[in-house]
Design a protein around this ligand. Sequence first.
Ligand SMILES: Nc1ncnc2c1ncn2[C@@H]1O[C@H](COP(=O)(O)OP(=O)(O)OP(=O)(O)O)[C@@H](O)[C@H]1O
Ligand SMILES: [Mg+2]
Length: 656
Amino acid sequence: MDETENNTSIDSVEVGPSSPRVVATPRLPIPVMMRETPLSTKRERQALTPRFRRPAPRMIKTVPQTRSIWSVRKDTTPQLVTPHGPQALESPHYDRANKQTFFEQVFQIDEIIGRGSFGEVFAARCREDSRLYAVKVSIAPMRQHSMSKYREAESHMIIPPHKNLVKFYRAWEETDRLYIQTELCEQSLQQYCSVKHALPENEIWNIFVDLLEAVHHLHSNDMIHDDIKPENIFLTKHKICKLGDFGLVINLKNPNDVKSAEEGDSKYLAPEVLNGKPTFASDIFSLGVTILEAATDLDVPSNGDAWHQIRNGQIPERFFVGISSDLRVLIEQMINKEPMKRPTSDALRKHMSIRTRLDSRRRYILSMDMRDGFCNLMSSILVWCMAFLSVVFHPVTRFHEAINNRRSELCAQFVNNQQHTPIQTPETSKVYSESLTGVALRQASQISPFDFSDDENPPHSQRRLFTGPVSRRLNFDDEMEDEEQATCSSSNSSAIETAEDSLSPPKKPVIAVARQGTPKSARRLIPSYRNRSGSQDPTHHAGAGDSMNSSILDQERTDRYLRMRLAEQQLDWNDHSNMIDEAPPPMSCPPRIRRSLRDMPRMPVLNFNLLDEPTKKGKEKPVVEPAELRQRPMRNGIKSLRSRMASFQGSSGDEN
Ligand SMILES: Nc1ncnc2c1ncn2[C@@H]1O[C@H](COP(=O)(O)OP(=O)(O)OP(=O)(O)O)[C@@H](O)[C@H]1O
Ligand SMILES: [Mg+2]
C-alpha cells in the first residue's frame, strides 16, 4: 500500500491559516503503522488509547525514604541552603512563634502547577516583593546525613545565571523538606507540545537555539544536565525557552557528583549511558531527541524495539514530512549512536542555520527583557504614586468619611422623628396618646406634682385633636377665673395627685419644687397672688396679726387653687379619654351636627399682660367671652368649677 496516498486520503489535517505548515504530522492507518514500524506520533497514540483511564502511578526515582533516627530533628527552624552550609533564614514576614512554616507565612500559595518524582511545584506570591515564583517542595522527608540532600539546590545555585536557564532565587530546608524558589514560567515544553502537536518550523528553530544556548552555557561551565527532556524545559509568556530541573546535574569539578551520577529519563537517554557515565555528548543526544519530538510529534518510546530503532537511526521518512533538510540533518547528527560523531554544543552554534538565528534570537530576548523591565518599572512607579496619593489624601478621605457618617446619623434622626409623628386616625390616636401621655405623666409624677413641660409644646397628635371641645374648658367669665383657669390650663399634662394629696395644705418643699418646674408664663401668676394680697394693705409686712392674716389668706388661696387644679385635671383626663369621640367628625356626619361644630368658637389667645397688671376694681375690663360659649350649656365639671371660682372671686372682692 502506498503510504503517501494514505496520508493524503486519511490524515491531512489543516492546522490553520496562520500556520506556515499546512499539513500537520501525518496520521497513518493503524494496520500499516503496526506492520511497518512500532513508532507512532503522540496524536496517533491518543487515538488508540481510551479517553478516560486510570492515571499512572507517580514515578519515583529512588526508593522512598524511611524515617531513621537521623530524621528526627528537634530544631525545625528554617535553614537557608548556601554553598557554604546552612544559615538561619530570616524574613520580616516570618514569625518563629507562629506554628506555620516559613513557606506558608512568607508566601501566598496560588496553585499547584506540577508534580514530579522529586516534589510538588507551587505557584506562590512572595509577600516580601509581591512577585510570583515557582516553589518546589520535596515530597519525602530528606535523610539528615544524605550526601545529596541539597544536591538540586546546590547545583542550581552554583550555575552562573543565564537567560535560557530557569532563574534560581533561594532554597531552604524546614521540617526535613527542601524548598527551592525559582522563576515562574508559563508552561513546560511538554505541555505546550501536547496541546499544539505540530509546531511551525520557525518555533522549532527558536526552541533549538534557546536550548542550545542553555546547554552550551552548562557545558562551558563543566556541567552536565543529564535530564534534558520536554518536562524540564519551560516556556515564558514570550515563548522563550528555559532549561530547568537541575536535580541530576553533574558538576565535573566535583568528584562526588561524578561518582553519584544517575541516569536521566530513559526516553531521552543516550545508549552509551546504559553502560557508562553521562557525558556532554549524552546531553546532546537528549537534546536531539527533544527537538525530534517537538518537530515530528513523535511519541518517544521508553524501551523496546522502537527505543533501539531511534538509536539506530531508523526513523521513517514520514515523520520528517514538512521539515527542512537543515533541521533534519542536525537532528540526525545529534541522535547518532556514536557519541564521538555527535556535534558538540560549540560546533552546533557555529552551524550556518543556527548562527544566523542566534543573533536575531539574542536581540529578541534582549528586547523582551527590556520591555519587561520597563513594564516592571512603570508598574512599581505607579504603585508608589498610588501609595503616595493614598497617604496624602488619607485625611481628606477620613474627613469625607466622617461627614458622611454624620450626615447619615442626622438623616436617621430625621427619619426617626418623622416616624414618631404618624398620621392620626381615630383608631390609633387613643393608643398613641395614651402611651405617650402615660409615660409623660408617670415621669412627671416622680419629679414634681407640677409639670408644664408638655403644655407649651404638646404632642402633635394632641394638638390636632384639641379642637372645638377643648376650648370649652376655658372660662373667661372674669379676670380671677381667667387667672385661675389660665394657671390650671397651663398644667394640662401635670401629674395626677390623689384627692387627699391635692386637698391637703401644701407643704413648703412641694411649692418650692413647683416653682422650679413652672414655666415662665405660669410663674408670673404666682407673684400676682402675692401682690394682690400685699396690695390690700401696704403695711402688712410688719406685725404678727398681719402675718397671721396673710398666712390665712395664703392658705385659703392655696386651697382654692389646688381644688381648682384637681377639677381641671379631672377635666383633662376626661378629655383624654374622650379624645377619639371629640375628634372632628367624618364627612358622613349629619349636616346638623357639622353645622353646630362649625359654629363653635376657636380657642382664644391668653393675654397674660392683663394678669400682670391688676386693674382697679370697677375699671376692670372683662375679658370678652364669646357669646356662644356663654350661652352653651356647660358640662357639669365646668359648671361647678365656675360656681366655685365665682365664690372665690366674691370672697376676694370682699377682702378687697
Ligand atoms: N519554574 C517553573 N515554572 C513553571 N512550571 C514549573 C516550574 N518548575 C516546575 N514546573 C512544573 O512542575 C513539573 C515538575 O517539576 P520538576 O520537573 O522540577 O519536578 P521533578 O520532581 O524534578 O520531576 P522529574 O524528576 O520527573 O523531572 C514540571 O513538569 C512543570 O510542569
Ligand atoms: Mg523534572
